[in-house]
Design a protein around this ligand. Structure first.
Ligand SMILES: [Zn+2]
Length: 247
């Protein structure tokens, strides 16, 4: 199994919130997409590890992903040592993605910044012939690592129009019943759960939709997801960069 795109997220639900529309869009277009969650969300205020695993698998299915995997880097104290790099290198050599979407840095949750450094390091080291074990497969370095937006806003390098895949993103978020507000949208389980957290509030949902509408507006689309890239982007056809509805 080789993938076109592997999205790597610190905690279950980070990926779906940040770039679920993008993942669903490229999967619908025929690309092979995978999700790797670096922790099992064991330090979260709500939901058990088993519950969050089921939710993440449900969300991956909703986005059209072919692979949903978990690593064990430690929620709430995300480790970035050689062992965690090795675990990630093994995944990268096995799944061989051309593109990796990883977390930004810095960000409000320290795990996110740590995960950023871990992903950057592993994507580079995975291409070194003398790093890792032969049984992990041939060295492989993804052609690019782009960074999605989590809590902190940044000036995006590009924005993906996710209007046509917004429903799939909503379906993925509706899987996270233990974590996220389930009003309309995503849907109806409004039973009070303890304790209330920032991401379980109706206001958080409004912020998720508002951010997508804001970045969509900038490119003339209804919904958009912003990304950063450390390196400049190579473009073969400048006409392909024209925003849809802006004149
Ligand atoms: Zn997170």
């Amino acid at each position: 199994m080789t993938l076109d795109l592997l999205a790597i997220g610190p905690h279950p639900d980070d990926l779906e919130l940040a770039c679920g529309g993008t993942l669903a869009r490229v999967a619908k277009a025929g690309a092979r997409v995978g999700l790797l969650h670096l922790t099992r969300g064991e330090a979260g205020s709500r939901g058990s590890v088993e519950e969050r695993k089921r939710e993440a698998e449900c969300a991956g299915l909703a986005l059209g992903a072919e692979v949903v995997e978990f690593s064990d880097c430690g929620d709430g104290a995300l480790r970035t040592g050689e062992a965690e790099e090795d675990a990630l290198i093994e995944v990268l050599r096995r799944l061989r993605p051309e593109l990796v979407l990883g977390p930004p840095t810095p960000d409000r949750h320290p795990d996110h910044g740590r995960a950023h450094r871990l992903v950057e390091a592993a994507c580079f080291y995975a291409g070194l012939a003398r790093r890792g074990r032969p049984e992990w497969g041939e060295p492989h370095r993804p052609a690019a690592v782009f960074h999605y937006m989590l809590h902190d806003a940044f000036e995006p390098r590009f924005i993906v129009d996710v209007t046509e895949s917004w429903n799939e993103k909503m379906a993925a978020l509706a899987c996270y019943e233990s974590q996220l507000y389930q009003g309309s949208p995503p849907r109806g389980d409004l039973r009070p759960r303890q304790p209330e957290t920032k991401v379980s509030s109706p206001e958080y949902w409004l912020a998720v939709e508002g951010r997508a509408r804001h970045y969509g507006l900038l490119i003339g689309a209804e919904f958009g997801e912003p990304f950063a890239s450390r390196l400049p982007l190579a473009v073969s056809d400048p006409l392909s960069l024209l925003p849809g509805g802006l004149r």
